[in-house]
Design a protein. Structure first.
Length: 327
């Protein structure tokens, strides 16, 4: 007589179900993400202002950048944050995001150290142009030929703003003052920032916002420490306060941006992020006495309009349907 075990129906096979795609974001989720992106852009503009304040008090750009990244790692003292930050699937993407982003911030702060904060921020925020190019090259997003005139408008705007810094001497004044060299450094920071943003957008398909955020700050410390320590200067109280503000505002801005990228398409993100340019320019003009001319205003508007048009020409990207929930 067969045993009960032998006549029992076989147990169904165990099936491992991977988390499926999340549903499209609701309007409430999109509105919240847009508000986070607005807050992020404003915080980045204020951060740039305080970086300029620190540099005016004798702290070099590399030192400001290293302190900024170091403060950004403070959330790791929380055990729950540390567990999420150190859980990852694509180390290569996190490395690209951290390395390119770290060097971009280093060059950006070096530019802030040598040119008006509004100009440095404007140059750095041409990064969506480069991000669109990299997205077409590496992650298959379409790029339309009509973006080329918009790119030309953006570059012409940059030329007008840089030329305005030469005063009555025009480009001759720019060359002799060295602003042209540091403007080029600002543009290189934008190119690297575009690479970092592209890595973020791919990494957010598999990685938590804390993993992306931590890779950026950890590799940023590694990228900036050799230059910062070689020219370290002990800050005074005012400089320490400015450095603390840089770290706090950058932490707020970075976390909001990294989370918002999960739900916001490329077009809206590119438009909203340009707020940082005008915030930095306004703070520089009001509190630092940086010169604002008709040429620099016109050039800034052309640059921002060109950047937005380039992003619009690249098309909207799909977001939530390819992403998994945060771990």
């Amino acid at each position: 007589m067969p045993s009960p075990a032998s006549i029992a129906p076989p147990a169904p096979p165990l099936v491992t179900v991977s988390p499926g795609p999340v549903s499209a974001p609701t309007r409430a989720v999109e509105r919240r993400a847009l508000l986070m992106l607005v807050g992020s852009a404003c915080a980045f503009g204020v951060m740039a202002f305080f970086a300029k304040v620190a540099s005016q008090r004798g702290v070099g750009g590399a030192q400001v950048a290293m302190v900024r990244f170091t403060i950004g790692l403070l959330p790791l003292f929380s055990g729950s944050v540390r567990r999420r930050a150190l859980t990852w699937q694509r180390r290569d993407l996190l490395f690209y995001r951290g390395f390119f982003g770290g060097v971009a911030v280093l060059l950006y702060f070096l530019a802030i150290d040598h040119v008006p904060v509004g100009l440095a921020t404007l140059l750095n925020y041409t990064s969506p142009v480069f991000a669109g190019l990299y997205a077409a090259m590496f992650i298959g997003e379409p790029a339309q030929p009509r973006v080329l005139p918009a790119l030309a408008v953006a570059l012409f705007g940059v030329f007008l703003v840089v030329r305005a810094q030469g005063g009555h001497g025009g480009m001759s004044g720019v060359v002799h003052s060295g602003i042209g060299v540091w403007a080029a450094v600002g543009l290189i920071s934008a190119a690297l920032s575009g690479a970092a943003v592209t890595a973020i957008r791919v990494a957010r398909r598999t990685e938590s916002s804390w993993a992306v955020y931590t890779s950026f700050n950890a590799l940023g410390v590694v990228a900036t420490a050799p230059f910062a320590l070689a020219a370290w200067k002990m800050p005074d109280l005012g400089a320490w306060l400015a450095l603390a503000a840089v770290g706090i505002f950058s932490m707020i801005a970075q976390l909001q941006m990294t989370h918002a990228y999960r739900w916001i398409d490329n077009l809206r993100a590119g438009v909203v992020q340009q707020l940082a340019v005008f915030v930095a320019m306004a703070f520089g003009a009001v509190f630092l006495g940086e010169r604002v001319t008709a040429g620099s205003v016109l050039g800034s508007l052309l640059t921002v309009a060109g950047v937005v048009a380039v992003v619009a020409g690249s098309g909207r990207r799909a977001v939530a349907d390819e992403l998994r929930p945060d771990s």
